[in-house]
Design a protein around this ligand. Structure first.
Ligand SMILES: Nc1nc2c(c(=O)[nH]1)N[C@H]1C(S)=C(S)[C@@H](COP(=O)(O)OP(=O)(O)OC[C@H]3O[C@@H](n4cnc5c(=O)[nH]c(N)nc54)[C@H](O)[C@@H]3O)O[C@H]1N2
Ligand SMILES: Nc1nc2c(c(=O)[nH]1)N[C@H]1C(S)=C(S)[C@@H](COP(=O)(O)OP(=O)(O)OC[C@H]3O[C@@H](n4cnc5c(=O)[nH]c(N)nc54)[C@H](O)[C@@H]3O)O[C@H]1N2
Ligand SMILES: [Mo]
Length: 760
């Protein structure tokens, strides 16, 4: 290749300011920050008018998180500060045109940060760069599509990899996987592989469904909500309102986290003048500051405590009837639990017996418990076991499949759950493929495809000739940035269907193609008229989303249209119904209904104002396991203290980012301003290392003897257990070893990286 790009982003510091962390989340400050972002990207009035349509029945589904919408929505604004930032980022007035690409070489752009790339604006034209090109140049849709189809025809289907991020609608995802299976591969890695895969695996094994069991109303009714490894104040801000409702109904909230996350502590509802006047409500009643990956130790201690309580108060602590009727393996589970080394477990979680006693009492007395969790739980080597231990605790209490109780893995991307339901999965079930084959008279490949980590390995080994991404930013999101970048460069062709510029357009295969697509907020007009799409939220409700904005360029196509065009170029015009689907999404929904259970009368039911729930066995105590029972499981205490380096590092999100999209340089709740290259470290460790606030350091991770480096970060003193540090994703992805991943789910252990810290 003629161009030679920087494989990892620059390590330029931007001017750190540190203040005390905030004491409350949301409130008026949240509203003003949201307004600033909207005004900057699209002007105040356009911003305000767009916000009135977010999350309204029949309006635009917020492209932020997958948190569900309440039945009684705020009349004007049903959104949060970070939802507003997501909208501002997407519906921005800024444009990345062919002129932009003529002005900046690809090599130059590789020296830009993710922030600078993203802030350049919306993509407007299909673009192409061949092996000898230093710059992208405009290409027609026809030319782009035929180049991709020709490439696909020239290789073995297993030499192609098709990635999906989690924003793709049900309709586009269904067509995409159909095209890929008709082509002949199951190489369908997705962002879920790096995200909630451990939840899917752990839940399917134990309760027979890879999704959560609660509905929004259950959170209002719960007696206890335990929030583990999740920062809802930043990543799911509308969850705070549900937690507030739970509190006002007398519920208790427990936060389990190495960091005292502000949002979970105190919340001021920006939509309630009373809440603002009163300074908000205290949300979290108990804060358990666990060590990184101390959750299994903690859960075991809590469950051991419950066994003891049951002994002193037989029949009143555990739900014996539920256990007998609906579960398996309780006795084995119990006898293994009794064997654990309590002192070791206390050391591993970093908590004292005195801290746990009130929690055990509380759990012993209450019957309606919900456990919510996110990346702190799943992105661990023992992520699947973490989930299984969560299930164990809920099963002991019979806290599943009844109002106010259950499992609540809080999803990330707004349609990541729906994409999986539509078949975006490298390990599709036999019944799914059989149904697809019967309906379309095709023969889907039956071999398991690559997940994200396997896809990177295959690329590095030269086994992948074409990489196609339906959204996302694979290069920045994947672990081991440098390795992944080199692996990507081994591909003959890389194709990105995207809304905005990102590093995956810069670090590419020999030929690179950008296909610009419509975003959630854009109106989608086809020959058959204005179309809407559908998505599934974190609680299994399928509902409509319909954009209203004029697209940034008349050349943009919807993801569904792009798939249909490519499929027609690949298979010929008489294959399946691509031409009809392209214009009329009702027809796509009819076929989804025919293939996937739970979508009966899809077109009618999804037009109801609130959409409809998909069937969920666990919610009704119908466990879809081999024996129809929910399974207790036995899990070992994992290793939590570092073996090869001094610290354990978790890579987390700031308040001003959406994954690899960086909205701004601040992390307001944590009191960090104008800098992302930071290391949160305890005062004790800072002193022991002879460092001070603001000191510049370099980081080295060590895994199986191999050292990875990332340079120039600044120290931020923070309340975090000794021996644990935190940095931001994606700046520190260079340090996350590709093969340090969860057993059973292959999710990179982005929350457990062993590192050394050296003065810079
Ligand atoms: N604004 C905004 N919203 C988002 C996103 C975004 O980037 N920005 N991303 C979306 C996506 S895709 C996802 S998956 C979700 C992510 O939502 P979260 O999972 O909340 O995101 P993270 O910042 O990765 O936070 C993980 C939390 O786990 C804690 N943690 C880390 N390790 C451990 C551990 O070992 N044990 C425990 N108990 N806690 C631990 C961290 O301190 C942190 O509070 O949010 C979604 N929503
Ligand atoms: N170290 C570390 N790594 C992580 C994580 C972590 O916590 N730590 N988290 C992991 C998690 S939970 C996730 S989900 C992944 C995220 O991985 P991805 O989903 O791959 O990454 P995003 O940053 O969400 O993707 C942003 C890009 O998506 C494109 N985009 C936005 N909207 C649309 C749309 O509607 N259609 C199309 N076609 N494109 C669109 C834009 O071009 C934008 O630049 O990262 C993972 N990586
Ligand atoms: Mo995610």
């Amino acid at each position: 290749m003629k161009r030679s790009v920087h494989l990892i982003p620059p390590d330029k510091l931007t001017g750190l300011r540190i203040t005390r962390p905030s004491e409350k989340a949301a409130g008026i400050k949240g509203v003003t920050v949201a307004m600033q972002h909207l005004s900057r990207e699209m002007g105040f009035w356009k911003g305000m008018s767009l916000m009135t349509r977010i999350n309204q029945k029949g309006g635009i589904d917020c492209p932020g998180c997958a948190w569900p919408d309440p039945n009684h929505r705020a009349k004007l604004f049903e959104y949060c500060e970070n939802g507003a930032k997501a909208i501002a980022e997407e519906a921005t007035n800024k444009r990345v045109t062919p002129n932009f690409f003529a002005e900046h070489t690809i090599e130059e752009l590789s020296g830009w940060s993710d922030y600078d790339l993203g802030k350049s604006g919306r993509l407007t034209h299909p673009m192409y760069a061949g092996p000898d090109d230093t710059n992208y140049r405009e290409i027609s849709w026809e030319d782009a599509v035929s180049r991709i189809a020709d490439k696909l025809k020239s290789i073995h289907p297993d030499e192609a990899v098709f990635y999906t991020s989690g924003r793709t609608s049900n309709e586009a995802a269904f067509l995409y996987q159909l095209m890929i299976r008709n082509y002949g591969t199951n190489n369908l890695p997705d962002c879920s592989n790096m995200c909630h895969e451990s939840s899917g695996v752990g839940l399917t094994e134990t309760v027979g469904i890879g999704k959560g069991s609660v509905a929004l109303e259950d959170l209002y009714e719960a007696e206890v909500i335990m929030v583990m490894g999740q920062n809802p104040g930043t990543n799911h801000p509308r969850m705070l309102s549900a937690m507030e409702k739970c509190k006002s109904n007398g519920g208790t909230i427990i936060q389990v986290n190495p960091l005292p996350e502000v949002g979970t502590q105190r919340f001021v509802d920006p939509q309630s003048p009373m809440s603002i006047l009163k300074g908000g409500v205290k949300l979290s009643d108990h804060f358990l500051q666990v060590r990184i990956n101390g959750d299994i130790a903690l859960l075991k201690l809590l469950m051991l405590g419950l066994l003891e309580e049951e002994r002193s108060n037989p029949g009143h602590v555990l739900d014996r009837e539920f256990i007998i009727q609906h579960t398996s393996s309780f006795e084995e589970f119990r006898s293994e639990l009794l064997k654990i080394d309590e002192q070791q477990a206390l050391k591993d979680c970093g908590l004292t017996k005195a801290q746990l006693t009130p929690i055990i009492r509380l759990l012993a007395q209450k019957k309606k418990i919900i456990i919510c969790w996110a990346m702190g739980i799943t992105q661990q080597k023992n992520g699947v076991e973490n989930v299984r231990e969560i299930v164990n605790l809920l099963l002991m209490k019979g806290s599943i499949g009844k109002p106010g109780a259950g499992t609540c893995p809080v999803r990330g991307h707004s349609n990541v759950q729906g994409d999986r339901t539509m078949g975006i999965y490298e390990k599709p079930s036999k019944s799914f493929l059989d149904s697809l084959d019967n309906h379309f008279k095709i023969s889907s490949p039956r071999e398991i495809g690559y997940d994200t980590v396997e896809a990177i390995d295959a690329m590095a080994e030269g086994k992948v000739r074409l990489f196609f991404a339906m959204g996302g930013n694979f290069i920045s999101a994947a672990p081991d940035s440098e390795f992944t970048a080199k692996a990507m460069e081994c591909c003959d062709m890389t194709v990105q269907v995207s809304t905005k510029l990102n590093r995956s357009h810069i670090v590419t295969g020999k030929e690179a193609i950008i296909l610009p697509c419509l975003a959630r907020t854009d109106v989608d007009v086809t020959k058959a008229g204005v179309q809407f799409e559908t998505v599934e939220n974190s609680m299994g409700i399928v509902h409509r989303t319909k954009g209203s904005e004029t697209p940034p360029s008349p050349l943009l196509r919807s993801e569904s249209a792009i798939v249909c065009d490519l499929a027609m170029a690949l298979f010929g015009a008489d294959n399946l119904s691509w031409a009809a689907w392209k214009d009329n999404y009702d027809l796509i929904r009819n076929d989804i209904e025919a293939v996937i259970p739970g979508f009966e009368e899809y077109n009618r039911r999804v037009r109801q104002p609130l959409g409809f729930y998909l069937p969920n066995g666990a919610r009704e105590r119908k466990f879809n396991t081999t024996d129809g029972k929910a399974a207790f499981s036995i899990n070992e205490l994992p290793q939590v203290s570092p073996q090869e380096a001094e610290f354990v590092m978790m890579t987390i999100r700031s308040h001003d980012q959406y994954n690899t999209t960086i909205y701004g340089m601040d992390d307001r709740y944590r009191g960090v301003y104008n800098e992302r290259r930071v290391v949160f470290m305890s005062q004790e460790d800072i002193e022991a290392k002879g460092l001070k606030a603001g000191a510049v350091v370099n980081l080295e991770s060590v895994f199986q003897g191999i050292v990875r480096k990332a340079t120039r970060f600044q120290i931020v003193p923070y309340s975090i257990p000794k021996g644990c540090i935190a940095t931001y994703f994606p700046e520190c992805n260079a340090l996350v070893p590709l093969h340090s991943k969860a057993k059973g789910s292959n999710t990179p252990s982005s929350k457990y990286v062993e590192v050394n810290v050296y003065p810079g």
